[in-house]
Ligand binder design. Sequence first.
Ligand code: SF4
Ligand code: SF4
Length: 222
Amino acid sequence: MIVADRKPLKEILEMVGDSKKVLILGCKGCVTVCNVGGNKEVGILASTLKIARAKEGRPLEVEEKALERQCDPEYVDQIKDIVEDYDAVISMACGVGPQFLSERYPGKRFFPAVNTTFFGGAVQHGIWEERCAGCGACGIHHFGGLCPIARCSKSLLNGPCGGSADGKCEISKDVVCIWDLIVKKKMEEGHLDELMIFRPPKVWTTARDGGPRKSVREELVQ
Ligand code: SF4
Ligand code: SF4
């Protein structure tokens, strides 16, 4: 899923500026699962904003709503009859949400309340870690099902760098060296010899480096 973190209140207050009435719009997708932008977090942000503005002597009217997803026009359309009621809409979805909203409602201001960080999952309750960088050409079968693109600090494809020590990455003792895990996994598989095959430099045109990407499924296009 997409993992995100809420922006600091100060930053959100600055974006809201002199607005007098705002809608905080959550999303019931990934940001609900990672506890940053669902109904509960919309409620918390609404209360926090109202209190902060009341303390400044500039009351802010805040209403709350959460869409099934903000990355789908079908749901983005659901605020068409109310969007004009607000000076601005604060989106608590990943970075896709406020962009879909902004394109759909040209005259309206949309502010992002979260920082979108990575594709990952929960490794324990309350802790999420990055697993994929969305490179567009998955090759983890060469590496024991583990991703050196997203999880090696240097995205190395042919073994660890000289900084790998005691299973940790040289950038921090808190970061696992994924190459340590890849080697162990290939040993467990009984296919360590496969790591001797040279992996040529990755072609990054399928990743972000090739420009904005698009996925078209002809059978679904209407
Ligand atoms: S190889 Fe690319 S697509 Fe596969 S997990 Fe790594 S970053 Fe994601
Ligand atoms: S120590 Fe390991 S994870 Fe860190 S940059 Fe070197 S090979 Fe990559």
